[in-house]
Design a protein around this ligand. Structure first.
Ligand code: SF4
Length: 319
């Protein structure tokens, strides 16, 4: 995706789509500050969301990923997924697993969803639910087992904090025992609730490095069989890389605003007022503005600016 100018892409390669900001859980490190009472009042309704899906199909977007809040808590989510899947679009789903009962697992299997990621933040209910209040460890494991039994082995996503980093290698082992396809982790992102609680929640760099080393050693000792994916950098490095080489990936938030990245508050597109193609143009232009470049530079000096990540700002500047 990098290495080519965004101007070479007539449409995004990848749509990241948050159908809602509501979630049963209230995870301490949630990037999106989702929770049971955190649904936005102006979230897209079924017809509006279907219209976005139709446009995504029309533009030939090959890949759509649904993330948090909890996408499966949206009553019309299946209408969207099935429309996209029927058009041959590859789907990814990030979920806490609570809604994946047998019927849901069957539907995901029928659609051949390419990737399901389930968050598991500990090897025991006690650790997992300490970091993810409102979430259910048992439900997450049951969802994993249902998907594995249908040939849809999910990936486990682990967010390291001071409260669970010592349990990371044991969680890898658990994921392997349950037949998952990958274990995905990386430094905690200074976004959302994690940004607000950074001083008490984030591990220092040395602790993270040691934990990552222990994790790699455990993976080797267990003889592989479960892919280990450790994201190499934190959010500030990510921002530096993205401004130099933006990805052909648009983020649609629950009210249809189109954002550059979940770490940035700029939302140059609005799918209630413009088409997806027009939003794509606005997205590409926004990456070229001094306003976005300056904000990213200021974040390096003052990471507390990342606390604005979940806001939706109009750009003052256009190019
Ligand atoms: S399950 Fe995911 S979306 Fe829900 S609160 Fe936790 S991190 Fe946020």
């Amino acid at each position: 995706m990098s290495g080519r100018s965004l101007d070479e892409f007539g449409s995004p390669l990848f749509l990241a789509w948050q159908l809602t900001n509501r979630c049963e859980a209230n995870c301490l490190a949630c990037c999106e500050e989702s929770g049971p009472d955190k649904g936005w009042k102006d979230e897209l309704n079924r017809d509006e969301a279907l219209h976005v899906a139709e446009q995504a199909i029309g533009m030939g977007i090959p890949y759509v990923a649904f993330g948090g809040g909890e996408p499966l808590s949206v009553p019309f989510c299946w209408d969207i997924f099935e429309k996209l899947a029927a058009a041959g679009i590859t789907l990814k789903l990030e979920t806490n697993g609570r809604h994946i009962d047998d019927a849901a697992a069957d539907r995901l299997q029928a659609m051949q969803v390419q990737c399901v990621q389930i968050s598991v933040d500990g090897s025991t209910a006690e650790v997992h639910e300490r970091v993810r209040p409102g979430s259910s460890f048992d439900a997450a494991l049951a969802a994993i087992d249902r998907l594995v039994s249908r040939g849809l082995a999910p990936q486990v996503v682990f967010s390291p904090t001071r409260l669970n980093v010592d349990d990371m290698a044991a969680t890898y082992e658990l994921a392997k025992q349950h037949g998952c396809s990958a274990f995905v982790t990386g430094p905690l992102m200074q976004l959302g609730r994690a940004a607000w609680a950074w001083d008490t929640l984030a591990c220092d760099e040395e602790t993270w490095r040691d934990a990552a080393m222990t994790l790699r050693a455990r993976a080797i000792a267990l003889g592989g069989g479960l892919m280990l994916s450790i994201y190499p950098w934190g959010i500030l490095t990510e921002l530096d890389k993205r401004i130099e080489s933006p990805q052909a990936m648009m983020l649609v938030v629950p009210n249809g605003r189109v954002k550059l990245l979940n770490a940035l508050p700029f939302a140059p597109g609005d799918l209630r007022r413009m088409t997806l193609a027009e939003a794509w143009d606005a997205y590409r232009q926004a990456w070229k503005t001094d306003e976005v470049r300056d904000f990213i530079a200021r974040c390096q000096a003052d990471p507390n600016l990342l606390r604005h990540a979940n806001e939706t700002w109009y750009l003052r500047e256009t190019v």
